[in-house]
Design a protein. Structure first.
Length: 381
């Protein structure tokens, strides 16, 4: 089943290369991806999909398309196009860093180190957090950190491994620690964002941007936490991160409906019209593969994680994928972007497609993606 799903996905991706040209997919409207000129936070996912397809197949067409996306990211860096946000890892880990992992290309390595420096400039010393959006002191977002940022920390860990500069590693660890302290609640659910006073660094409170309410649990935010803390453990060996990933995963799978694909927010009222978020479940599927790779065979949670992973992936492939749908641009249906804002509440999401493909290819061929290079865990604490 996994191989068939991959082959179907790769055919669609190859068709999309021609359709998209030098532009990048974001979310869909009426079954067609909206395209942009590499100025959104999601553009790295398309690049990452192309690198995965090349690694899986060896087909030079995917490699050439992937290389062209990296050239676009180089221009974006040179022209400083919409880089005042925390999603620098989503952009460059899956594009230039992926090229480095696959080809050991020195120019892509240098570009990725530049990206790490851009992310480092978002560190706010007073509050000890990476600012999510906007410039320093921004009236609306100046004091905001975000759970999504856990998935951008691998860029900093990679920069540390490449350069030996401790500052990258320390900022990544501090951000992970603050995420654990302020974004993960006592019942293992999560806030989407947390706000600090921009002048004093004082912690003000948790809030949401895309969830149902400030106190609810936005499914995609919980998903970022599961995969993000798993990767933080991979990079540090700090057991508290592994324990947190496990607890957040247990919470997530405990909220799943009968078909094992999440509603967009775990506290939103459920009725026949409640939106799902297949992209959140795709992130968790990829995250659970990583998490399981970190657990001993004797771990008491292992069997449940394996079972729920299998059920989720099977449901995504059989009931949410576009397998056999000729002309479909996306791989996963029924993703939600911003339900409260009525922005793509039930559509293709390019990040959902990416994590679905990453999970499939890791299952079938062991290709793990680009969040880390093969290495042993570091020291524990």
């Amino acid at each position: 089943m996994w191989k068939h799903a991959i082959e179907d996905a790769m055919e669609k991706i190859k068709n999309n290369v021609e359709r998209f040209g030098d532009r990048f997919p974001h979310v869909s409207v009426n079954g067609r991806y909206e395209l942009n000129n590499n100025d959104d936070w999601t553009n790295g996912f398309w690049s990452g999909m192309l690198w995965l397809c090349y690694e899986y197949s060896g087909d030079e067409a995917y490699r050439e398309a992937a290389r062209l996306t990296v050239k676009s990211f180089k221009r974006r860096m040179e022209q400083n196009i919409v880089l005042d946000h925390h999603d620098i890892g989503f952009l460059y880990t899956l594009s230039s860093q992926a090229q480095w992992v696959v080809e050991q290309d020195e120019e892509s390595r240098e570009l990725t180190l530049q990206a790490a420096d851009v992310l480092m400039r978002r560190w706010r010393e007073d509050g000890q957090y990476i600012q999510a959006w906007g410039l320093s002191g921004d009236a609306q977002h100046g004091g905001r950190m975000i759970i999504d940022c856990l998935m951008n920390l691998p860029l900093l860990f990679w920069a540390y491994q490449q350069t030996g500069e401790e500052c990258y590693r320390q900022v990544a660890i501090k951000q992970a620690d603050q995420s654990l302290r302020y974004l993960v609640r006592g019942d293992d659910s999560s806030y989407h964002t947390f706000v600090f006073d921009t002048e004093t660094g004082e912690a003000l409170g948790g809030a949401t941007h895309q969830g149902f309410t400030n106190g609810s649990t936005w499914a995609r935010g919980q998903a970022w936490g599961i995969y993000g803390f798993s990767l933080a453990y991979r990079h540090t060996g700090y057991k508290v991160y592994l324990d947190t990933a496990k607890r957040m995963a247990s919470y997530f799978i405990g909220q799943l409906p009968e078909d094992y694909v999440a509603y967009w927010d775990f506290d939103a009222p459920v009725n026949a019209n409640t939106y799902r978020d297949s992209s959140a479940s795709a992130i968790v599927a990829a995250g659970l593969i990583e998490l399981l790779s970190l657990l001993d065979d004797t771990d008491p949670d292992r069997a449940e994680f394996e079972e729920k992973f299998e059920l989720t992936m099977t449901s995504l492939v059989l009931h949410y994928s576009t397998i056999g749908e000729e002309g479909a641009e996306g791989l996963l249906k029924h993703g939600s972007y911003y339900v409260r804002g009525n922005v793509a509440p039930d559509d293709y999401m390019i990040w959902g497609d990416y994590f679905y493909l990453e999970a499939l290819i890791r299952l079938e061929k062991g290709i793990k993606g680009y969040w880390y290079e093969s290495k042993p865990l570091q020291e524990t604490r």
